[in-house]
Structures are given as structure tokens and as C-alpha cells.
Design a protein around this ligand. Sequence first.
Ligand SMILES: Cc1ncc(COP(=O)(O)O)c(C=O)c1O
Length: 418
Amino acid sequence: MHLDPQQEDARDPLGHLRSQFVLPTHPHTGQPLIYFCGHSLGPQPLATAHLAEEFLDDWGRLAVEGHTQGTPPWVSYHETVAPGLARLVGAAEPTEVVAMNTLTVNLHLLCTSFYRPTAQRYKILTETRPFSSDTYALQSQARLHGYDPAQALVHLQPRPGEATLRTDDILDAIDRQGHEVALLLLGGVSYVTGQLFDLAAIAAAARRKGMVVGYDLAHAFGNVPLHLHDWDVDFAVWCHYKYGNSGPGAVAGAFVHARHAAFSGPRLAGWWGQRKDIRFQMGPDFEPIAGAEGWQLSNPPILGLLPLRASLALFDAAGIDTLRAKSLRLTGYFAHLLGQIPGLTIQTPADPAQRGAMLCLEIAHGGRALFDRLRNEHSIVGDWREPNVIRLTPAPLYNTFAEVHTVAQALASLLSEA
Ligand SMILES: Cc1ncc(COP(=O)(O)O)c(C=O)c1O
């Protein structure tokens, strides 16, 4: 992909959004860093500080009355983000989504309801290397039902010599092993290879086989367009601190398909899941809110939610389809430049439809030292995943084509010295 980075930046319809972020600077020189680490922790939306001040002011002045008189009232604060979340994940209605807890907690809550193993059908089909927390969560869910995780967890495997999974192989595995699988739990975008799975085709195949379909969208939320309702996904969980730019430990998200709105099976319950009209009667009988909110346990943490409000306003200003269009060009340009550098292998699929914004670079030798030099000598922030992967992400909300060019040049120069 040949393009002029300066020209691209000049005509970028999203270029103005960069100024809506506080971007990190070098601790000693104060110079801006090139921040290519939004796949791990997104930068701070500028409006966060204002919302935080507003909240602190409300809390100080109103104390308990902030629950009903805060801007917005704290009792329903989480509801203010539901429409924006619904748009980003492709929910049919805001009632299919809820902002609550953290990702792993939400995974446990929804597995408790939707992983219903039987003697014939108890397995969990998952990716090659799920994120560690997902592995621990799934292992413990299997154990809770009396199954040996070594038997229960089935990992999809790439072909020998290949780093990523082929869609046909995933569909084939679903077809062959599906009758034993209770739950398919897949990351939307793999955290370690950057592969974006064909979430529509996989959900359709798995549902045809009678599996429950759950997606971990930590690396997909705010990165690629999602259509969870239309894909007929049973449930999904994600965090907001990566592409969602909502700060470390930000309140996470969950989707439960409208098919399950009146779910009456097992769940772990708390008072915030209780029907709103009777919640404060404090009665002994749990009557869940219809929809995703019924899985809430506790009252919403305002400080953990307010950056998400600031961030969602920027997603609404951009529109996920416009963001994706820029992302395809930005990451396509990055892949094109990196493809010309000897000694560097891109693990992430070359097909743009099979990746989001992030590229995972496999460095055969001296990867860690290279990574350190990128940061220390070129002020480029990415991250390192053992044993040999550097992850770098040009994020379309705030990164530029000029930065992509600079990062590729820095890598080329460092690798030529190696
Ligand atoms: C793919 C994936 N799943 C799960 C998690 C865990 O998230 P949390 O700490 O919010 O539970 C992460 C965190 O980075 C992740 O990348």
C-alpha cells in the first residue's frame, strides 16, 4: 500500500479526534511518545477530567442525595452508557448490554448461567492460547461441575507451521466435535496473534450444533464492528480499558442475547440485578431485571464508569464504521512497510478482514532488546509478550499515518544493526 503519510493525515476525517486525548509524554523530556499500545491500555479522553470533577463536586455537595440528584443520578449511572455500548457491539437494544464488574468476573457470571454441561456434552471449545484469565476461569468452571479441565477444555490448533487458525478448520472442528461441546468460548481478536475470527460464521456453525456461544471481546471492542445480536451470540464479555480508552480496571461490559432476556436458569444474584421497581423493597425473593442488567450484583462504581462516558462520546463522534475504514488503511500501511523489513515476521494474518488494528511481530532473535531500544531510543510504546512477540497498534482514534511511518523506520534501522 503506497501512500503519502502527510497527505493521508491531512485528509483524515478523524484527525481532529487526536486532540481529544491526553497522550503520554516522555517522563524526562516531556516530549510526546509514539503511543502504539492502545491494545493494552488506551489513553485518557480529555473529557474524563471534567466528568471526574463534576462527580467529585456532586459527591461533596450532595453526598447520599447524589444517588438521585447527581449529574447523572448515580443510581442509574450505568444506564447512561448502555446505548453507546449497544451501538458498538451490535446489540438490538440497550437492554442486551450492561456495564458492570471486570471482564473475568463477567465471564464467571455468564458461564455460571450458560455453561450447563451434561455427561455427554461437557466440553468447552476454545482458542489455541486463550488469555490466561480465561483459561483459569474456564478450568475452574469445569471443576465446579466436577469435570477434569484437562478433559473438558479443547483447544483449537493451527496447522503445523502456521501461527493462526484457518476459519475452515474452526468450522470443521465445530462440526466434528460439536456434539460433545457445551460451550464455545472464543476471543474475538486473539490477544497474542491479533487474528480477528469470523465471528458470524463461527457463531452460526456452533449454534447449529447446539452449542452455547460466548465471546471474549477484550481485543475486539472498539476495534472492529460487531453485530452480536444478528450473529445470534448467546453472551459476550469485554473490558473497556483497551480500545475503549476508559482507564485501568475500568468497569467492563457484558452482552446477553434478547433470547435469554427472561432467563430463569441458575445465576449468581445480587440486589442490583433485582427488578428496579421492587429493588428497594428489599424483599427476600429475587426477581431479576429482564435482560443483561439482571446479572448485575452491586451498585455501579461511578469513578470506574465515568471515563467510559467520556470515551463513548468520541466513538459516537467517529462512528465505528468510519473508524474501521481508517483502521484498515492505517494498519494496512503499517503491514506494508513492515513487510519490507528483513528479519521480521508478522504473526497477524495478512488478510485485512482477519485482523483488527494490532500487529503482532515475531522476532526470531534479540526481540526483548529490540523492544527496549524502541522505547528508550525512539520513544515508541508497544508491549512485549513472552517469548518473542512485540505487539504494536496504530489506533484510528488518535494515531497518525506519519507515526506509522516513523515506527516502521525505527524498526528497520534497529533490525539492520542486529
Ligand atoms: C483477552 C483478554 N481476556 C481477559 C482479560 C482479563 O481482563 P480483566 O482483568 O478485566 O478480568 C484480558 C486482559 O487484558 C484480555 O486481554
